[in-house]
Design a binder for this molecule. Structure first.
Ligand code: B4P
Length: 193
């Protein structure tokens, strides 16, 4: 199994590159953001709760997203490899994920950190807000998401760097250019496993 975390600030291309990676390597993909948006669309109790946080640019509480991951593993007990997109976003989530994988005698192989300038992040998200109408893609909420990213999510870089798993990818450029950088990293690592 080859397990990947795709990591980065909001708008860094996690969802975009995560989907391409899933198709290219036949991985099992989870985007916690997508799962939460689906619950919001269906107006489930969890969706209503998540909406209160997402619409303000805040993180949904750890226990809620950790439960989503637990269910994901129950629904997908075996795989070629998993790709985690938008999870973990806090140290507690990272620790919980390591424990869940250890129970399956598995671990994370690589954390791909998509590094993108803040100005570019804001521009991508503002554009998506105009095109797709996602209610968390407005300037005020985007600023708060970036602040939360630097406070709560960016410390995970140290967590994975200490484990020797963090690989920085230049996330500026076209989708194809960025994917080709990712592909080189995965191909070089997977031959060593
Ligand atoms: P997510 O769905 O993960 O949203 P995101 O961080 O904004 O990134 P996303 O993956 O959607 O965007 P991408 O970078 O691909 O989370 C949404 C919310 O859910 C969070 O704010 C939080 O509240 C909550 N949540 C989710 N997971 C959670 C967790 N684990 N814990 C707590 N809360 C959680 O792309 C952005 C845009 O850029 C797209 O429009 C794309 O087309 C464009 N783009 C991509 N690559 C590009 C490129 N190279 N050039 C130009 N544009 C590009």
């Amino acid at each position: 199994m080859f397990n990947i975390i795709i990591f980065g600030a909001p708008g860094s291309g996690k969802g975009t590159q995560g989907q391409i990676l899933t198709d290219r390597y036949q991985l099992t993909h989870i985007s916690t953001g997508e799962v939460l948006r689906e619950k919001i669309r269906k107006q489930t109790p969890l969706g209503k709760l998540a909406d209160e946080y997402i619409s303000k640019g805040q993180l949904v509480p750890d226990n809620v997203v950790i439960d989503i991951l637990t269910k994901f593993f129950a629904d997908n007990p075996t795989s070629n490899g998993y790709i985690f997109d938008g999870f973990p976003r806090t140290l507690r989530q990272g620790e919980a994920m390591d424990e869940m994988l250890a129970e399956k005698n598995e671990s994370i192989n690589v954390v791909l950190w998509l590094d993108v300038d803040d100005d570019e992040l804001v521009e991508r998200l503002v554009n998506r807000g105009k095109e797709m109408g996602r209610n968390d893609d407005n300037l005020e909420t985007i600023k708060s998401r970036l602040k939360v990213y630097y406070q709560k999510t960016a410390p995970l870089k140290k967590f994975y760097s200490k484990q020797g798993k963090l690989v920085k990818i230049n996330g500026m450029g076209t989708v194809e250019e960025i994917f080709s950088r990712i592909e080189k990293v995965i191909d070089s690592l997977s031959t060593k496993i």
